[in-house]
Design a protein around this ligand. Structure first.
Ligand SMILES: N[C@@H](CCC(=O)N[C@@H](CS)C(=O)NCC(=O)O)C(=O)O
Length: 225
């Protein structure tokens, strides 16, 4: 059975963003069943978990054939077994890999820097000084990204693929801002991706244990994705 690690609970700002969502979504699109192995913050530093994920993070993945960490690599692995996530021809596969790495390497670092400022350091002087430059860079990248998308629905080969899972997830990490709304084609793209039944199932399954934990322990901060 395929197994994906995920957190039992995370604070509201992270709910709907944790990277096991990428893997859950890919599995749902591919029609592959899986178990989620829920871990707590206390498990992250254990030797047993570090053997699966050297940084103590989620997700880690196993399917009886391989053991993996790194959400992008895992999604790419799953995509190799499903033409719903990656076409069979070389040119088509190359485009999926290209856009998948574009999401992780050309967009995510800037989005992550902005999120780190806003969500963890908003009250610090250095963050206030740095933020305008970071937002300007995010906007520059989103402008280029919107131009690259043009009239297409999806980034690689104009058909939904693993690359769109990564790109959508990265763009969702700007949900705490209004930035994506200023790029209407990208806003429509994210909405189109989020409307997919596979995404909705993946998101609901990530959120389920968080809600259960909050019901059991009302002391945890409530909130949703
Ligand atoms: N590059 C890794 C990053 C994984 C990652 O950042 N996971 C976060 C959740 S989204 C995590 O486990 N954070 C807890 C921590 O770093 O201690 C991947 O894409 O799998």
């Amino acid at each position: 059975m395929i197994q994906v690690t995920a957190f039992k609970w995370v604070p509201p700002f992270a709910q709907g963003s944790v990277r096991d969502l990428r893997v859950r979504w890919a599995l749902e699109e591919a029609g592959l069943g899986y178990d989620d192995a829920l871990i707590g913050f206390e498990d992250q530093a254990t030797a047993a978990y570090r053997a699966r994920q050297p940084f103590g993070q989620v997700p880690a993945y196993s399917d009886g054939k391989v053991e993996m960490f790194e959400s992008g690599a895992i999604v790419l692995w799953i995509a190799q077994s499903s033409d719903r996530l990656m076409p069979a021809d070389d040119a088509g596969r190359a485009m999926v890999m290209t856009w998948l790495f574009a999401a992780m390497n050309s967009i995510e670092p800037f989005v992550a820097e902005l999120a780190t400022i806003d969500l963890f350091n908003a009250d610090k002087d250095w963050a206030r000084a740095r933020r305008p430059e970071v937002e300007a860079f995010v906007r520059k990248r989103l402008g280029d990204l919107q131009t690259a998308l043009g009239d297409r629905q999806w980034f690689a080969n104009d058909r939904f693929s693993a690359a769109d899972i990564l790109m959508t997830h990265v763009l969702r990490d700007l949900r705490h801002t209004d930035i994506v709304a200023d790029y209407p084609a990208l806003a429509d793209y994210v909405a189109r991706a989020e409307a997919r039944p596979a995404f909705k199932r993946a998101l609901a399954d990530q959120l389920k244990p968080f809600k259960a934990a909050e019901t059991k322990n009302p002391g945890l901060v409530g909130g949703a994705a």
